[in-house]
Design a protein around this ligand. Structure first.
Ligand code: PRX
Length: 632
């Protein structure tokens, strides 16, 4: 399945152009199926109905685990590295991982979880999280992983949206020098989640916690008495594999739904090709499994390809800023995949932390989640890769399931700040404001995809209309990514960032609406508007413009209270960096906040604000500008 040369790359591209369905069918043939599909593809981008490999029966875990047992039973599948560098790492071979997944499948079955049920996982980055994900897939339950940095409110909203029957959590989680009290947060969440009948708790931090009779069970007790065999459930190609929540421009988070066969095929295909994975490579993606990157490129992609995937519990700066590089040296990592925000944060700590370690095992470097600036790209290339490792700048989204636009390491050309070209099999295009496709080069517009790909999201859980409205209605007949894009004179794609109200902060997707409604909980707040502004480490910082009933006497105290509310309602990742108290917000006559103006002011631009003629009260803008100058 791997493209090994530029000639093969060109052949693949033309194979796809000539017969797209045959192209994907060929990829599908390398997997284990319990029954072959009847039809490769049915699709309609107007009703947003997409079916791949209809009629096929399979189980993704047989492809991740069972099919490798003949050849690599004793090869390490997942190597886990603890937050504390003195704690022993854990390696699970394919055989061992298979046994653990089967055991946990039996535990889920014992608790009456069956095919189609939703199971929420709110866990630290420990091997048991991967085991639980795969066990859900093995029994046919739909996993919904919630990032363990989210608050009780965010957790309960996500559980309720999907009506999850079970919650898998831990007593606590280690991250750097902090412990997150996951069970206490889960307890608070479960006060408002009537659908949860069972909660399984992993012992990790040995924190003191409450266990509720007949609902809460210890992971180790449950695992002690179950069999290590479990026949994988027969799943339809289009049966739901998982839900993963992502922020929207408005309203509550969207439960993005991925289905079984297409996601499986594309995650292995993109993993092998983008990173040019070679048999025996040690691969490390530093993401958290709470995000799509962890789903596709810590668990599914690497395991499908039979790789050794490293899983790290901690943070890049604990116990010091050399931690990543120490892990690279100790584990002889060959392929390393991280986010620009981590690169910038580590660059800022100085080279001493890098120079201490031998990084010569590295062969391929990757970045994901946000645009990478040229300075960070150069530092990564020179100081981490020693000028020898290709960097793959991978553009994709929770909704795309896998990497869509990227160079293939060492096969196609890399160019700093450019994701470069769509993978063979992906038809990306750029649209102008009058909704037409622009075919020339050296242009800027909105990034769309005009032909289905196997791992695309199928719906928003429980709200197909929102799925159509969000992704398929701006440009009828096209999937709209929400990103702006520049295509240079050679046809290479550079992602310029979101064109909607989604913020990408440290590579994490946050919705303005969620943060604003948390701020609005403050009893002195009338209204608020959140925008992003350039931030040297995080890519974007969060700037809040807030109207209060009474101007706060003590702004520091008020700022602190507002951030506390954000932590409570969303989580610490959404804390705002700057707050400006204002008398009004720039609104159009129809009452819509003109965020474009606020974005400019937050970035320090006070002239050139563009067309303000539709504003209800243009004087508001002047007073905000004055205040922003005082605020900066
Ligand atoms: O704006 C793009 C940005 O991240 C968004 C998707 O976020 P999420 O669904 O959380 O998935 C992140 C991990 C795949 C995109 O709409 N983004 C992602 N990768 C890049 C990027 N922006 C620029 N360059 C990238 N390589």
């Amino acid at each position: 399945m791997r493209i090994k040369s530029i000639e093969e790359y060109n052949t693949e591209k033309s194979n796809f152009d000539n017969d797209p369905e045959r192209f994907w069918e060929e990829k599908a043939e390398s997997f284990i199926w319990k029954k072959k599909w009847d039809k490769v593809l049915n699709w309609d981008f107007h009703s947003a109905k997409i079916n791949w490999f209809n009629g096929g029966k399979l189980n993704i875990t047989e492809n991740c685990l069972d099919r490798h047992l003949k050849k690599r039973a004793n090869q390490v599948a997942i190597k886990w590295i603890a937050n504390n560098p003195n704690e022993k790492s854990i390696s699970l071979t394919y055989q061992e991982l298979h046994a653990e997944v089967c055991k946990f499948s039996n535990v889920l079955k014992k608790h009456a979880i069956k095919k189609g049920d939703r199971v929420c996982l709110y866990m630290p980055m420990v091997p048991e999280l991967s085991i639980a994900v795969l066990a859900c897939a093995r029994i046919g339950a739909i996993h919904s992983v919630v990032f363990a940095g989210f608050s009780a409110k965010s957790l309960s909203d996500r559980i309720n949206d999907a009506e999850c029957q079970a919650l898998i959590t831990a007593d606590g989680g280690f991250r750097g020098d902090k412990i997150t009290p996951l069970k206490a947060i889960s307890d608070e969440a479960m006060q408002t989640t009537p659908s949860i009948k069972t909660c399984i708790v992993l012992e990790r931090t040995k924190s003191k916690i409450e266990m509720k009779n007949q609902r809460d069970y210890w992971w180790h007790h449950e695992m002690a008495s179950v069999d290590n065999n479990f026949p994988a459930e027969f799943m339809d190609s289009e049966d739901e594999l998982f839900i993963l929540y992502t922020s929207g421009s408005t309203g509550k988070p969207k439960g993005i739904v991925h289905t079984t066969a297409g996601y499986m095929i594309y995650s292995q295909y993109s993993f092998q090709n983008v990173f040019q994975y070679n048999e025996g490579d040690i691969y490390w993606c530093t993401a958290d499994i709470g995000w799509i990157t962890g789903h596709s490129y810590i668990i599914y992609g690497p395991l499908l390809a039979g790789a050794t995937s490293i899983m790290f519990e901690g943070v890049p700066t604990f116990p010091d800023a050399g931690r990543f590089w120490r892990i690279v040296e100790e584990n002889k990592i060959n392929i390393f995949y991280t986010a620009p925000t981590a690169i910038r944060a580590l660059e800022a700590k100085g080279l001493d932390f890098v120079k201490k370690y031998n990084l010569t095992s590295l062969r391929v470097l990757g970045t994901v989640g946000e645009p990478i600036n040229e300075d960070a790209w150069n530092w990564y290339f020179k100081e981490i890769g020693g000028g020898l490792c290709p960097i793959v700048d991978t553009w994709w989204q929770t909704e795309t399931g896998g990497i869509m636009i990227s160079n293939l390491a060492g096969i196609t050309t890399a160019k700093p700040t450019f994701a470069t070209l769509p993978l063979p099999g992906i038809k990306a295009c750029i649209m102008d404001d009058s909704n037409s496709e622009i075919n020339e080069n050296d242009i800027e517009g909105k990034l769309c995809i005009k032909y289905p790909w196997p791992s695309m999201a199928r719906t928003i859980y429980g709200d197909h209309k929102r799925f159509i409205d969000t992704y398929f209605s701006t440009f009828p007949g096209y999937y709209f990514s929400g990103d702006g894009c520049f295509k240079n004179k050679d046809g290479l794609f550079r992602i310029t960032g979101r064109v909607d109200d989604v913020l990408i902060i440290s590579g994490h997707n946050l919705g303005t609406a969620e943060i604003e409604s948390a701020i609005d909980e403050h009893n002195n707040v009338c209204e608020s508007a959140i925008v992003g502004y350039p931030h040297s480490i995080k890519g974007n910082g969060i700037y809040a413009f807030i109207i209060c009933h009474e101007h706060p006497l003590n702004t520091d105290k008020s700022n602190e209270e507002i951030n506390k509310l954000i932590v409570k309602h969303v989580g610490p990742i959404a804390k705002v960096d700057k707050i400006q108290y204002v008398n009004g917000l720039p609104k159009t006559r129809s009452g819509k906040i003109m965020r474009r103006i606020l974005r400019k002011i937050a970035s320090g631009e006070t002239t050139n604000l563009g067309d303000t003629s539709t504003l209800l009260d243009p004087t508001i803008v002047e007073s905000i500008i004055k205040g922003s100058i005082n605020n900066n």
